[in-house]
Design a binder for this molecule. Structure first.
Ligand code: ADP
Ligand code: MG
Length: 321
């Protein structure tokens, strides 16, 4: 288990306690609690730290957009409709903070308006490092138990939305001091949470999560949560742009282990392919069938019919060296 997840599983999870009305606690993209009438509430929180999740000199607009987007992505992966958000800003003591916050809120508002998310509270403090924490609250029909990480079944098709690796390539180019083409920069700084797709998929899908730490790392979370299943993927079927395919000539696993995609990864029975494709068409979201789930544990990625040797670390982990 990765260092980040051993911290959570060994020290946080065992002391979580039990509360009334908790349907699903720690361990998924969001928690589920009893809501009103035939709805359940869906809650998630994500933090972005300067120098870790975005560049220290990041435009305020992009930071505002992304802080909300990565949180809404967790709601999307549960098939939820977002409603409310809470925002905690920890800002360095610096003369530019007023202008930065104004820009931050412009980016936030553009996405919040499009997705009808109301900011209902938060906190503002000073801190040596710029840090943004967001909590989002949404809802979905009660008692569906769909789109959980633990619900994958042997024989399911494995699907992914959008394109994989674009944000990872943008980051790699930036870190190498090279120009970042605008389409790649867009993928890194302005991810589009797949809310409509997630909501449409809820009746059809078994397991789902959003790809934030790398396709292979996040797939391994679904496989482990579902009792130790395995997956076989055809490398050629993974959606990647031209620049990312060129990048993959260096190492075919680079795009599969880079983070920040914010696409949906989901498994569904083979019998609902037509319904899944209809949801994608209806919500105008490209999706791709990249493989299937099997009983034999582990991930096998085949390229030209040959299994690739996968790296030790399948994706981003906050506490790996
Ligand atoms: P995601 O990548 O979808 O944001 P994470 O991988 O960050 O999810 O977290 C995995 C699970 O652990 C989630 O259910 C999350 O709510 C939970 N979790 C992470 N850190 C903490 C914490 N400090 N306290 C309680 N739960 C936590
Ligand atoms: Mg997630």
């Amino acid at each position: 288990m990765s260092p980040e997840f051993s911290l959570i599983n060994e020290h946080i999870l065992p002391r979580a306690g039990h509360g009334q009305g908790v349907i699903l606690g720690i361990g998924d993209d969001a928690a589920l609690v009893v809501g009103c009438g035939d709805r359940e509430q869906v809650l998630a929180m994500d933090t972005l730290v300067a120098g870790r999740h975005f560049f220290a000199d990041q435009a305020g607009y992009d930071a505002g957009w992304k802080a909300l987007a990565v949180n809404l992505s967790d709601l999307a992966s549960m098939g939820a409709v977002p409603r409310y958000a809470l925002l905690s800003l920890s800002l360095p003591y610096d003369d530019r903070r007023t202008a930065w916050v104004a820009e931050f809120m412009r980016g936030w508002r553009d996405l919040a308006t499009a997705e009808q998310v109301a900011l209902i509270g938060g906190d503002t403090t000073s801190s040596p490092v710029l840090s943004i924490s967001v909590t989002v609250i949404g809802e979905r029909p009660a008692r569906t138990l769909g789109m959980l990480r633990q619900s994958a079944m042997v024989g399911d098709d494995l699907w992914v939305s959008g394109q994989i690796g674009s944000a990872g390539l943008a980051l790699a180019l930036h870190l190498a001091g090279r120009d970042v083409p605008s389409a790649l920069a867009q993928a890194l700084h302005r991810p589009q949470p797949r809310l409509a797709l997630g909501q449409g998929l809820l009746p059809w899908v078994n397991a789902a999560m959003d790809v934030s730490d790398g396709l292979l790392a996040d797939l391994s979370h679904i496989l482990q949560a579902s009792g130790g299943l395995g997956a076989e993927i055809a490398w050629e079927s993974i959606p990647m742009g031209t620049a990312v395919r060129a990048w993959a000539q260096e190492d075919p696993c680079l795009p599969l282990t880079a983070g920040d995609d914010y696409e949906l990864l989901f498994s569904a029975p083979t019998g609902v392919r037509a319904q899944v494709l209809a949801v994608a068409e209806h919500t105008r979201t490209p999706i791709y069938r990249i493989g299937y789930l099997r009983a034999e544990a582990g991930i096998c990625v085949k390229r030209d019919g040959q299994a690739l040797v996968l790296p030790q670390r399948l994706g981003f982990d906050h506490f790996s060296a």
